[in-house]
Ligand binder design. Sequence first.
Ligand SMILES: [Zn+2]
Length: 270
Amino acid sequence: MDYRANTRKLGLVQRFRRFLNGLGGKHRCCYCGRSFFRFSKFRGGWDSFSRYLRDVKWTGSDFDHFWCPFCKCHDRERHLLLFFDRLDLWKKFEGASVLHVAPEKGLGLRIEKCHPANYVRGDLFPSREGVGKLDVTQIQFPDASFDWVICNHVLEHVPDDRKALSELYRVLKPGGIAILQTPFAAGLSQTRENEPSVDTDAKRIEFYGQEDHVRLYGTDLFDRIRAAGFQLTLQSHAEKLPDHDALRYGVNPDEPLFLCRKLPVGEETV
Ligand SMILES: [Zn+2]
């Protein structure tokens, strides 16, 4: 999903509100370093989403603490920054070949600073300079092209997600790692998809979380990732970031880090 920030120029009242917000210290953005009273909500925040999504324990974006009011980064990229800091992943991008699908701007700037040897940013509908056309189900790069793949909150939009997973696996070098953050319902064992009754934007928002989501993953998402060949390790917020108050940083503490490794030759699982 493209959670593109509204970049239109702020009016005087909005700028004043943002100024007032910036006097607070309850929350802090780990990208721009600003502190403020509140994050901006995604649409109307959780109140505008369905009871169903709460009941099945939606594990994805935090709709109440979504945008940074100053740099417009969103929760999913803030969480990755905190995980990458803690796991000291930044230095591993230096000299590496990195594919970033549907790239988040703030995260992309951080990766650039690490001086990867090759940093490819691609999107099905590219809209920014430096981002090329890329269909995740038909990636135009040879096998074993990348040390790292970052593909966040994309699979839930892709009709043939198994093909996408197999393509992401294919372009990864043996020993390489894909970060595949994907929203799922922790209280649902089986993915909901291809349901004739979920046939309108309103119903897709109610049951899948967004009008352009084609499914709501259950916990069988993890099997789907493994079936593509990846060795999946889920790193939890509680385990890796116990000293980071999720509310303060505007991240979802239930969202784990999806580390998906392509095992070296001879150690493959499939
Ligand atoms: Zn910020």
